[in-house]
Ligand binder design. Sequence first.
Ligand code: DP6
Length: 358
Amino acid sequence: MFSEDFIFKRVKLVSGFSSWESPSNIALIKYWGKFDEQLPKNPSISFTLSNCKTITKIKYRPKKENEEQDFSFLFNGTEMKSFHEKISQFIKRISQYISAVNYHFFDIESHNTFPHSSGIASSASAMSSLALCFMEIEKKIDSKISKAYFLKKASFLARLGSGSASRSIEGPIVYWGDSQAYKNSSSLYGVALKEISPIFNTYRDTILIIDGNEKKVSSSKGHQLMNSNPYAENRFNQANKNMKILQEILKKGDLKGFIEIVELEALSLHAMMMTSSPSFILLHPNTLFVINEVYEYRKNTSVPICFTLDAGANIHLLYPNQYFKKVQLFISERLLKYCHLKQFINDSIGFGSKKIQL
Ligand code: DP6
């Protein structure tokens, strides 16, 4: 499908409420580098999460005459200037695909199930829940929209808000970006992976909060720096190759292969940050202590646990559910001392967004 296939021009004035919850996700193959309007330089693939999510509610009505504002926005009941700008940009971007945006006013309210100060990126869950609410409004104007089109376009819109948000609409594993590994892959929207060994449906993600502060360098800036990173082309090739390798691993349930690729991807992402110009480091000394503890623990036990990172200092520990108790013990005995305020969040692989009945 092309971007043009998502243009929707019907004009009908409607009013009502729309509410969706959408989870965060953790990438196994990382998206880092983009071009044009939110198109990724390499394919990526992620586990959809379950507990870390954003709940968004929109009250919509036709705009009054001469009404200039398009929306109001409250996060956890308060106005937040930084979010306001992101949403304003998002609404502008989707206005050619969701015609209701040009004739309506939206009262938007969002909250997260995870603490805002945890350093967990919330743009994936926030932008995907928002995109779903707008799709719901489009569906009210055209009730014939199919479920498949609804989900595909929701992912398309979410991408325009934040690239990784395109992978949060469905679950349990979603890929995004043209890839030779998957014939139906697209850079415009995410696609849920069908062929998965059942072991991955049981995966846990325990997020260790290493640093509760806001990141020093935003993801947007990091993506931009890839345009001049001397290793960028190699990195994009590496991600493409890793997609193919991981495809087999996910099909066969090869846990050893999974650990190798996932940890390599996490460290390659941060290597790109360190080799950008200007260079930057988002890892915290405690991130490295935890990584070493994971290496050690894996060597001494038969637990197939691995770590991954997003654009920050926090560690995501990935492992099958059958090791949950053992890993909790490992965390409390060896890792808690490295966590900011001893905080960690137990999450697990999830099955995507949900409409909230009002
Ligand atoms: C490191 O999706 O936050 O988490 O498109 O600028 O909003 P924007 O970037 P964003 O980048 C996510 C980067 C990452 C890797 C990933 O999730 O694939």
